[in-house]
Ligand binder design. Structure first.
Ligand code: PMT
Length: 412
């Protein structure tokens, strides 16, 4: 999403300015054309050469250099850029931006540009919480600036409080979100399910599966980067929540069904990439089952677990729509996945028909580069008109993009 995007990273003079080096490097590696503008105070912490080395481009700082080229350049930079991200934004620069003061290269460009402004305040908590800073931030927010909230944690002074610059993944996520606002999913509400459900046997054990959530989180991230409002309904996973996504955590299939039901009325698209348990223990034990317990008709040393069928979330939605004559204000595009270990195409076609889907993505989870826990996936795409696409193995993030391409064409 960042390939060839023109981004200005403005760096102010705060201890967190060293973290902007990582950001510039990350953006450059993602293919963006990054122009760094430093304030004089930022140069007290880091030399321009460091940023130039990371961005592979000149670094700007002196609006007043005698040739007058910089003065001319600040207009060109302001007009060409697609985003101005100020990381870190100090209380001083926020105050200047709020009052339209343009006394250095960065504030002059920020005033001249019509590109979106993204601010990542980072400072001592007393400065951040001061009514002057808060009033400036409110004013900037009202005028359309996006603010990345600072985190609570240990500050450079040693104090604990609000004011820390968030991690790189958050900064990159926020940049992608702002740049994607006009994308082909702008204005769309999408619901993505991810991860596996866990069906309790007793308070310490569950029936589960091997889903890591990677496929679902990739789908949610790409939808955000293309402008959608994303609700991610996730089973327990060990993944970082993508920035700017509404997360709903669930454990069981019943909870996932209830979560889907509670958000689906306003949604344009539901993508069920979660591995939902088809069965759950009928009566989970209220206390930990001891290893010498025997249950059911099991012989001594054996243990029988009685399971009952879980609701089919996707299937029930189709049934509800059919029975109620579709109450929704807009048509819901329903996309399912099929995790198969054999006869992939036949099983997927049967699921497509049974759940009456708009699109089904089948993956062979017995393959080492596909399915559970992998960073790549190999998929067959089944369309409602019977067409099938056989896609090559690719990173899950690329497969997510390919899936959204197909969904966007269904939304037109
Ligand atoms: O999370 P990862 O490690 O990245 O792995 C990704 C994945 C392999 C989990 C993913 O690509 C995938 O295949 N997800 C679907 C897994 C699954 O439950 O498949 P299924 O064939 O059993 O179910 C078919 C469809 O019905 C799925 O969209 C499923 O979400 C849905 N379903 C299933 C059972 C149920 N009770 N309700 C449902 O809605």
């Amino acid at each position: 999403m960042l390939l060839n995007k023109r981004i200005i990273v403005g760096v102010c003079g705060g201890i967190a300015s060293y973290k902007a080096i990582e950001l510039v490097s990350g953006l450059q590696q993602a293919g963006a054309l990054v122009d760094v503008i430093m304030t004089d105070h930022a140069q007290e912490f880091i030399r321009p050469l460091t940023f130039a080395t990371m961005s592979h481009r000149p670094v700007y700082h002196n609006l007043w250099e005698p040739s007058g080229q910089a003065a001319e350049l600040h207009i060109a930079l302001a007009e060409q850029t697609e985003l101005v991200a100020i990381v870190p934004a100090t209380a001083n620069t926020l105050a200047k931006l709020a009052y339209g003061i343009a006394d250095n290269m960065l504030t002059a460009v920020a005033l001249a540009t019509r590109a979106p402004l993204l601010l990542a305040p980072a400072m001592y908590k007393g400065m951040y919480e001061h009514p002057a800073t808060q009033a400036n931030l409110s004013l900037l927010r009202e005028r359309g600036a996006s603010i990345i909230e600072p985190q609570v944690g240990r500050l450079a002074s040693g104090a604990i409080g609000v004011g820390r610059l968030p991690e790189l993944s958050v900064l990159m996520g926020a940049i992608n979100l702002v740049l994607g606002r006009e994308g082909d999913l702008a204005g769309r509400r999408v619901v993505v399910t991810a991860g596996g459900t866990q069906e309790p046997i007793d308070p310490v054990r569950y029936v589960g599966n091997r889903s890591s959530g990677k496929m679902g989180y990739a789908l949610a991230t790409v939808a955000r980067d293309r402008g959608a409002h994303v609700t991610l309904i996730s089973g327990p996973v060990a993944l970082e929540v993508p920035y700017g996504i509404e997360l709903c955590k669930v454990e069981t299939a019943i909870q996932m069904r209830d979560a889907v039901d509670s958000v689906i009325t306003d949604a344009d698209v539901l993508v069920m990439s979660a591995a939902v348990a088809d069965f759950r223990p009928i009566t989970p034990a209220s206390q930990k089952i001891k290893k010498n317990e025997t249950r059911g008709s099991g012989e001594q040393g054996n243990f029988s677990l009685y399971l009952t069928r879980n609701p089919d979330i996707l299937g029930q939605l189709a049934d509800a729509d059919r029975e109620s004559g579709v109450k929704r204000s807009r048509r819901l595009i329903r996309v399912g996945f099929a995790a198969e270990t054999h006869d992939v195409i036949a099983h997927a076609q049967a699921k497509m028909a049974a759940k009456r889907l708009d699109l089904l993505i089948a993956n062979d989870v017995s393959q080492p580069d596909s399915g559970f826990g992998t960073d790549t996936n190999k998929a067959y795409l089944f369309h409602a008109n019977g067409r099938m696409e056989d896609l090559p193995v690719m990173p899950k993030i690329d497969l997510a993009a390919a899936i959204w391409d197909r969904i966007v064409s269904l939304l037109l």
